[in-house]
Every structure is written in structure tokens, then in C-alpha cells.
Design a protein around this ligand. Structure first.
Ligand code: ZN
Ligand code: ZN
Ligand code: ZN
Length: 287
């Protein structure tokens, strides 16, 4: 089977428009926002829009779809009101996913704002337990995205993710996404082939590869260990073609969907170029 590849796609014109654009661009894996990602409250998705979305998805060649949550949500916010807003908004995100038939909601674990990592980790798990119990039978998995560790962000180490998962009651509701720019900035060297191999082994030992359900493929404008999150086009950044070749040729990861979040214009033609480069790195053309 061909690897599932695609990019974050704009929902300008409505969520159903994203499917048309993604399919036109030949994506087999897609990420979308289900609402304006810089607002707390989104326009509700109508039944008509949801039906159109699902029928277009069904008719398309897209085999994997994930939603990315709003950037405002912080499941370990130190401010009580902000925390409550975040939990409510996260529930709405899950409900949007359910309505659209999207099985994964990708999110950044959160920023503890000075209260410490242990505090943040516990609060994130508490938030997840609450939102999961209020959205039973949604069939939506909360996908923890690894972060670069900017500021007081949690999720820049495999241990953080493992600790959160350990505290989540409904383990069937949890999955993990590796963002290559984020883990590289966090200090995981995926450029060097040997170090790359030990990073994946370490992930497997600490979290378990069965939890890994998605990759965000982004090159990094910042060096390894910089803890700064800046995405670059594939091959242009510090990870470079060698780093992406490691991933594209890794048998352990060949069934995991891979999605670009690199800079793009309205037509998303840059995505086509980045995907062409990624495909060109695959050594065994039979997979
Ligand atoms: Zn993200
Ligand atoms: Zn990402
Ligand atoms: Zn990022």
C-alpha cells in the first residue's frame, strides 16, 4: 500500500470545501480545523454541511482525516476561567469531529504558565478525563501532539506524554502525533540515521508505537534542542532531506499517516512540491 500522505488543508468556504481541495491535490491524508482556530466559539456546523462533508469524503481518495484543535485551548491553564473555557471548547471540538465523522482530534497538551510540569501533566489528564466522560460514545480519539517545548509547554518529551496517558482513565480515547519540527526542536535528533533509530526505539519503549497514529512532517527553521517552533519546507531546514529519508523509509512507520504543516498559499501548490520531495526520498518504490 502507498503511504498515506497529505497536508493541513484550508476550510475557507466551509469544511466541505477542504475535501474538494485536498482531493484535487491528490492527498490521501488530511488535517483540517473544524472552526476558526483563533476564536473560542465557532459557527455551528449545520447538518447539511456535515452531510456534504461526509459524502465528499466518501467519494474522495482520502483515507485518513484528523482535526487540529483551536490554538486558544489550554487544558492546563493556570487561570480557572481560562481552564473552564478550554474544556468547554475542547468538548465542542470533539462534537464537531463526531458530527463530521472525524476520528482524531489533535491537540497540544498545554502550557502550565509557571505552575510546574507535574502540575500541568496532572491537570491535562484531569481535563481529558472530564471531557471524555462528557463525550462518551463519540468515537473520537484525543491525539496528543508532541511539542517543541516553547515557554512552559508540556509535551516536549516522551516521558511527559507517557505520564499523561498513565493518568487518563479511558486509554482507548488516547493517541499520539509526532511533529518532526517539534521533536527536533525539543532535542530529539532525527537527522542522524543512527540517532533517529534510537529516537523511534525510545518512543516505542516509553509510549509504545501502537499509540502513534499520525506524523506532522515539517522541517525546522531552528536547530535541534532550540525549543523554538518554526516550520520550514521539507529539505530547507535543519532536519534536511536525510531526516525525512529516515522517516519515509522506516518500515515501522509506513502505515502511519503523514501530514505537512509547512507554509503555503491559498492554492496550496507548495504542498505538492513538498510531497513530491517526500515521495522522491522513498527508496523501495514498491511500498
Ligand atoms: Zn499542532
Ligand atoms: Zn504539528
Ligand atoms: Zn509547530
Amino acid at each position: 500500500m502507498e503511504q498515506l500522505l497529505g497536508a493541513h488543508t484550508s476550510i475557507q468556504g466551509g469544511v466541505a470545501s477542504a475535501i474538494l481541495l485536498a482531493d484535487k491535490l491528490g492527498f490521501s491524508a488530511v488535517q483540517i480545523f473544524t472552526k476558526n482556530n483563533n476564536r473560542w466559539v465557532g459557527k455551528p456546523i449545520t447538518d447539511t454541511e456535515a452531510d456534504l462533508f461526509k459524502s465528499r469524503l466518501h467519494q474522495s481518495a482520502i483515507k485518513f482525516i484528523v482535526s487540529h484543535d483551536s490554538y486558544l485551548i489550554n487544558l492546563c491553564a493556570s487561570d480557572k476561567e481560562n481552564l473552564q473555557k478550554s474544556r468547554t471548547a475542547f468538548i465542542e471540538e470533539i462534537e464537531n469531529c463526531k458530527k463530521l465523522g472525524i476520528r482524531y482530534l489533535n491537540f497540544h497538551p498545554g502550557s502550565h504558565g509557571g505552575n510546574g510540569e507535574e502540575y500541568g501533566i496532572k491537570l491535562i489528564a484531569e481535563s481529558l478525563n472530564e471531557v471524555h466522560s462528557l463525550t462518551r460514545n463519540s468515537g473520537v480519539s484525543s491525539m496528543l501532539e508532541m511539542t517543541a517545548g516553547q515557554g512552559t509547554a508540556i509535551g516536549y518529551s516522551f516521558e511527559h506524554i507517557k505520564k499523561i496517558i498513565d493518568l487518563v482513565e479511558d486509554k482507548d480515547r488516547i493517541s499520539v502525533c509526532i511533529d518532526t519540527a517539534h521533536i527536533f526542536a525539543a532535542g530529539y535528533d532525527i537527522k542522524d540515521a543512527q540517532k533517529y533509530d534510537s529516537v523511534i526505539k525510545e518512543f516505542d519503549n516509553i509510549i509504545g508505537l501502537e499509540r502513534l497514529q499520525c506524523f506532522h512532517l515539517n522541517d525546522s527553521k531552528k536547530p535541534c534542542g532550540s525549543r523554538v517552533d518554526r516550520h520550514d519546507h521539507i529539505g530547507n531546514g535543519f532536519i534536511g532531506l536525510q531526516g525525512f529519508s529516515n522517516i519515509m523509509n522506516d518500515e515501522r512507520l509506513k502505515n502511519i499517516p503523514k501530514i505537512l504543516e509547512t507554509p503555503k498559499g491559498k492554492e496550496q501548490l507548495e504542498d505538492l512540491e513538498n510531497l513530491r520531495i517526500l515521495r522522491s526520498l522513498i527508496k523501495d518504490h514498491n511500498n
